[in-house]
Design a protein around this ligand. Structure first.
Ligand SMILES: Cc1cc2nc3c(=O)[nH]c(=O)nc-3n(C[C@H](O)[C@H](O)[C@H](O)COP(=O)(O)OP(=O)(O)OC[C@H]3O[C@@H](n4cnc5c(N)ncnc54)[C@H](O)[C@@H]3O)c2cc1C
Length: 377
């Protein structure tokens, strides 16, 4: 007889693990199946350069939402450092803009490039206060329907400005409000970390979103590497009686009578699920390869086939260094060395920072209408 759990989760990335942890907390018997030899997915820390040098392969800056407290993840091994300043942007001529938790300190840094931009930044931040509540409601909740969000904004102070930003691109927000190229670069690099194209209408909200994160509660890095977050989730799940298995590549979702009943692994073994199969993998792989089109409604299958990943992807170079890099800008601005992230654009104007973001072919797109939405990270 195949093994049976209440829920089988395909994939042990941090989202799969979080889903499993909450289900286990709610009384379900859960089994997570990860195909790799390490859990964590994009939230992994591995030796990819020289022995003894551990690198966060992808994800490194974390917000640390309610899950951290609800599941008491610190108790299970995830501890965070939240450096202030959070983020510095260095220019070719040895100057820097530094984003501190404190808005006034940040404005002082901006004023070295443009007093006008510093004033605008301060004013916008005040106006963003109301938007912050809307944005924060997005971070850890089911997103509001756009009609409700528009209504909320329409009735909020400065709502017209927020709706204008919502419908603009990062570039339009930058050009509309700021004059200094380094200031625009600094904002563009922060905003585009969410892999939004610089000139795509509908991405402007990324600027207040990032700033809300960085000034509001500041990003953190997991002590011991990002994988400690995944390990803490595994510790939580297993302590609560759940199961997490590595080296288990799911090849198929077993469907009977239109219902997902379990999974089949690459070695042919089966694991059944009494209540549900949850998946942490991408929708095309899940629906077309693992479930199979024969089990899907034609219109749904067509939409899955038509789904395209976004046109930008992030890449991270990894270096094995004995000491932290010393930035030229740190001579004048020592705080640059303390920043959690220090970046520079390869360019002196805020086109996509080529060193950081690779742009794939751009599919034909129509500008976003008020009824459509985009997902941001
Ligand atoms: C270069 C880079 C930098 C980034 N930096 C940050 C950052 O600083 N902060 C941040 O918040 N985010 C960052 N991200 C984004 C972040 O890494 C992802 O959003 C996150 O890892 C997604 O987590 P997930 O659990 O949804 O999916 P994933 O991490 O992709 O996990 C999916 C898991 O499913 C497994 N899987 C797939 N198919 C199967 C199968 N058939 N059977 C079994 N298992 C399977 C995979 O092996 C994987 O472990 C970055 C991403 C990149 C690429």
């Amino acid at each position: 007889m195949p093994e049976e759990f209440d829920v089988v989760v395909i994939g042990g990335g941090h989202n799969g693990l979080a889903c499993a942890a909450y289900l286990q907390k709610g009384g379900m018997k859960v089994c997570v199946l990860e195909r790799r030899h390490n859990i964590g997915g994009g939230c992994a820390t591995e030796e990819v350069t020289l022995p003894g040098f551990k690198h966060n392969i992808h994800s490194q800056m974390h917000v640390g939402g309610p899950m951290y407290r609800t599941l008491e993840l610190e108790k299970y091994g995830a501890r965070y450092a939240r450096p202030d300043p959070n983020y510095a942007y260095v220019t070719r001529d040895g100057r820097a803009i530094i984003l501190y938790k404190d808005v006034d300190a940040t404005c002082e840094s901006i004023a070295e490039f443009s007093k006008k931009d510093a004033k605008t930044y301060k004013q916008l931040n005040e106006k963003f206060q109301h938007l912050r509540q809307v944005i924060n409601s997005y971070w850890h909740n089911e997103p509001l329907p756009l009609s409700k969000m528009y209504a909320l904004l329409e009735n909020a102070p400065n709502g017209d400005l927020m709706i204008q930003i919502l419908n603009s691109s990062v570039k339009q927000v930058n050009d509309g409000f700021f004059e200094s190229e380094p200031v625009k670069c600094w904002l563009a690099v922060a905003a585009m970390q969410g892999t939004v194209p610089y000139d795509l209408p509908g991405t402007g909200l990324q600027i207040p979103t990032m700033l809300s994160g960085m000034h509001g509660h500041s990003y953190g890095i997991c002590i011991g590497g990002s994988r400690m977050l995944a390990e803490a989730l595994v510790n939580y799940i297993t302590a609560a009686g759940g199961t997490v298995r590595k080296n288990c590549h799911v090849s198929k979702v077993i469907v009977e009578g239109g219902v997902a009943k379990g999974v089949e692994l690459q070695d042919g073994s089966q694991i059944m699920a009494r209540c549900a199969v949850a998946s942490n993998t991408n929708v095309k792989m899940l629906m077309l390869d693992m479930v199979g089109e024969q089990h899907l409604e034609e219109e749904f299958a067509r939409r899955v086939r038509a789904y395209e990943a976004d046109e930008l992807s992030l890449c991270t170079p990894h270096f094995a260094l004995n000491d932290p890099p010393i930035y030229t800008a740190s001579k004048r601005y020592p705080d640059v060395q303390k920043a959690m992230a220090c970046r520079r654009s390869a360019l002196s104007s805020p086109s996509p920072p080529a060193s950081m973001i690779h742009r794939r072919r751009r599919p034909a797109r129509t500008p976003l209408s008020p009824g459509s939405s985009r997902r941001t990270t």
